[in-house]
Design a protein around this ligand. Structure first.
Ligand code: HEM
Length: 451
């Protein structure tokens, strides 16, 4: 019997889910957690038969199922080496070029169009493809993804895979991701803020769910999974992946934070928290005007019901834009049920690139979903770029908003929690898209069966 995709917080030990977890690629419903990653963007050059055989071999050797990932994580928790982790993703062009089977379709066919499509570029407000890095400007067919805590082992595996591609595919570009950690060993992104704090949670035991009062992070499988059309009726699922290389202008971000702090007569800590919606340590600014003042549980368990004027967390703060936690029904479109807003959520699995000590840096942004148009594209276009979301003239998302800003910039409160005095300030343009594409993560059974 097929599994019920409406199930939330599934127990991976429940035999009902075994076929699904054995056939689902890892990193979709739970992050792989490795320190280093390598992403090889490929264009197939071999015949379909040669390409299929290579994919099947790669899948057998490297692609990690969710079941295997869970086992690796147990080993890791017992102090052992989790080993190498691998994924394989295909674009619509990849399916077509090598006649790999039935193409997965999402609701608005965004996957089939790809991220370079002009309609999609327009919707997202993206810079023209000619401004992307050259490797990403070309037709991408696939992404071979490897991750390991051991950097030398990862490099060796990458070299082996690259050599095996002779006569099969060209490596268009190679991206290296690395986790950046703060002094408490928590993940941060290049602007210095904790990242990966708030996520949809699919597995039982991975959340402190009892005792939630304001925000339920649990999510049903259908938020990210769709049936693999090439292996119907066998509990073989896949997921759509959005990959974006987002360069972060750290100097400009810090300069703008200082100028905003000066204009407000406040600290850079609080000004930065207004932009992101959290302090660097993850404290949500809607709950406190100082970092380190609340229990860790509350970093996830909060909403904006006590902040309906945006006097503590601005409406244009990054985390309020990208997960409004009920603002849609409360303020933007009264009557819209919370569940409808929650359907736009994504599973973020990105990692920084570059060096914390200087040079170009940013995020290799990855997110999984079952519908690219309804999830990633909706968040970017309707919320982050939507200057009238949550309210008229609210402004662009200060971190990722693209497009025309409101005249004189959005409003910021001079005193935390009070709307008595506000100033206009245009905080924008701190990240730049360098390339990316839309992929599908087919089931392990499909990939292995190609050979
Ligand atoms: C949360 C930074 C791109 C969607 C966050 C957080 C930070 C952050 C610091 C808070 C930590 C957390 O709640 O996990 C960035 C940076 C980006 C970027 C620096 C670009 C370089 C994006 C993009 C999207 C996005 C492109 C989607 C279109 C989200 C979502 C959350 C989040 C959904 C969680 C909000 C919540 O549940 O409260 N991001 N982000 N981010 N970001 Fe981003």
């Amino acid at each position: 019997m097929p599994v019920d995709l409406k199930a939330t917080l599934i127990d991976p030990a429940d035999p009902t889910y075994k076929p699904l977890l054995d056939n689902l690629q890892g990193n979709i419903i739970k992050a792989h957690g490795r320190m280093h990653t390598a992403s090889l963007f490929l264009r197939f050059t071999g015949t379909p038969a040669v390409v299929k055989k290579w994919i099947s071999d790669f899948a057998r050797q490297y692609v990690t199922s969710t079941s295997a990932q869970i086992e690796q994580a147990k080993k890791y928790r017992n102090g052992k080496d989790g080993g190498i982790f691998g994924n394989f993703f295909l674009t619509a062009l990849g399916y077509q070029n090598s006649q790999l089977g039935i193409m997965p379709r999402d609701r608005q066919a965004s996957f089939n169009a790809g991220m370079k499509n002009v309609r999609i570029q327009d919707r997202l407000g993206d810079p023209p493809v000619e401004q992307w890095e050259s490797g990403f400007q070309q037709d991408i067919h696939a992404l071979a993804f490897l991750a390991d805590d051991n950097e030398a082992r990862l490099k060796a595996a990458c070299d082996t895979v690259t050599a095996s591609l002779n006569g099969v595919a060209t490596v268009l570009t190679k991206e290296h991701g690395v986790r950046w950690l703060n002094d408490k060993e928590e993940d941060i992104e290049p602007f210095g803020y904790r990242d990966g704090v708030s996520q949809p949670v699919f597995l039982k035991g991975s959340t402190e769910s009892p005792g939630e009062t304001r925000w339920d992070p649990s999510a049903s499988l259908e938020l990210v999974l769709v049936e693999d059309p090439n292996v119907p009726g066998r509990d073989c699922y896949g997921s759509f992946l959005v990959f974006r290389k987002l360069e972060q202008d750290v100097r400009k971000f810090n300069e703008q934070v200082s100028r905003l702090a000066q204009a407000l007569g406040t600290t850079a800590d609080l000004a930065g928290a207004y932009v992101v919606g959290r302090f660097k340590d993850g404290t949500p600014v809607t709950l406190s005007d100082k970092p380190g003042t609340i229990e860790p549980r509350q970093h996830i368990d909060f909403d904006y019901e006590q902040d309906t004027e945006g006097a503590r967390c601005p409406f244009h703060a990054h985390i309020r834009k990208t997960n409004p936690r009920g603002d849609t029904g409360r303020l933007a479109q009264p009557g819209i049920p919370l569940e409808q807003e929650r359907r736009h959520r994504i599973a973020r699995r990105g990692q920084p690139y570059g060096n914390p000590n200087g040079g170009a840096a940013g995020l290799l942004f990855l997110c999984f979903q079952s519908d690219i148009s309804l999830q990633f594209e909706f968040i970017q276009s309707s919320w982050a770029n939507g200057i009238h979301f949550v309210k008229m003239n609210g402004g662009l998302d200060g971190v990722i908003g693209q497009g025309t800003q409101v005249p004189d910039g959005p409003l910021w409160c001079k005193t935390y929690g009070s709307l008595d005095e506000t100033i206009g300030f245009d905080f924008s343009d701190v990240i730049k898209l360098k390339g990316g594409d839309y992929f599908f993560a087919p089931s392990v059974a499909f990939l292995q069966g190609l050979g």
